[in-house]
Design a protein around this ligand. Structure first.
Ligand code: FMN
Length: 232
């Protein structure tokens, strides 16, 4: 698809010449374009489909958080212009910069990084481990953060299923990590699924069976779609 692109180099926002900016233009400090491969410019046309990379921070078979990702994929089929793909993290080795050789990462890491780079936005399903995100999720985030940072400027949303707070504390740590990575999280709606309280939310295989929660997954996806279009 052809699209018109316009970037702006000049004084900082607040400077009087900002008045000359067209709506939708992007302010870039001088030299920023050369310094970063992640900066996107204004496009006059929205892409037809937003591709969301969904990542679950749990590897167990009957994981509730993987169940949330499956539900998001199912629900997305009813949302025009949105595609959700489950990007798996179970083959990633532990982060070890000794594994980076001749400017290459291990094959599984290269593949993961490519999937993140091509995504328009990110959906995290983040279990809470000891008041934080899981180690496997942090490991995946760390691999894709190696230069050039694959997360930069990606719109993102978080959902979580877990104990009393529904995984909420993992979400706050994830948001904190996202500050450094230039991830742009939506604030609302929040989705914390209290997996161990009745009524049951998941079956024995970790499939989401709770209609109300499915609706909330849909609301989250719609908000992420809107936010992604705004950022683009
Ligand atoms: C190492 C570990 C630490 C955990 N820490 C917490 C915790 O701090 N708070 C909480 O609510 N649940 C905690 N849990 C419970 C998980 O949230 C729960 O097992 C959840 O189902 C994990 O997500 P999953 O179903 O996607 O695997 C912990 C589980 C594990 C394995």
């Amino acid at each position: 698809m052809k699209s018109k692109v316009s970037c702006y180099y000049g004084p900082s926002p607040g400077h009087s010449s900002m008045a000359t900016l067209r709506a939708g233009s992007v302010f870039l400090p001088r030299g920023a374009m050369a310094a970063s491969r992640s900066i996107r410019c204004f496009s006059s046309e929205s892409p037809s489909v937003i591709r969301v990379a969904a990542i679950a921070g749990s590897l167990r078979k009957a994981s509730f958080n993987q169940g949330l990702v499956r539900a998001a994929i199912e629900v997305s089929k009813d949302i025009p212009g949105l595609e959700v793909e489950h990007v798996k993290i179970d083959r990633l080795p532990f982060v070890n910069t000794d594994l980076e050789a001749d400017g290459r990462f291990p094959d599984a890491v290269e593949e993961f990084r490519a999937q993140i780079l091509k995504a328009d936005s990110i959906l995290f399903a983040s279990p809470e481990y000891n008041y934080s995100m899981s180690g496997v999720l942090k490991n995946a985030i760390d691999w894709a953060s190696r230069s050039p940072n694959c997360w930069a400027d990606k719109p993102a949303a978080i959902m979580s299923a877990g104990g009393m707070f529904g995984g909420g504390r993992s979400q706050y740590h994830l948001r904190q990590t996202g500050v450094f990575l230039d991830l742009h999280f939506i604030n609302k709606p929040e989705l914390f699924v209290k997996a161990f309280e009745s009524p049951a939310k998941f079956d024995a295989d970790g499939n989401l069976i709770h209609e109300d929660t499915r609706e909330r997954v849909k609301s989250l996806l719609l908000a992420l779609q809107t936010w992604t279009r705004r950022i683009q």
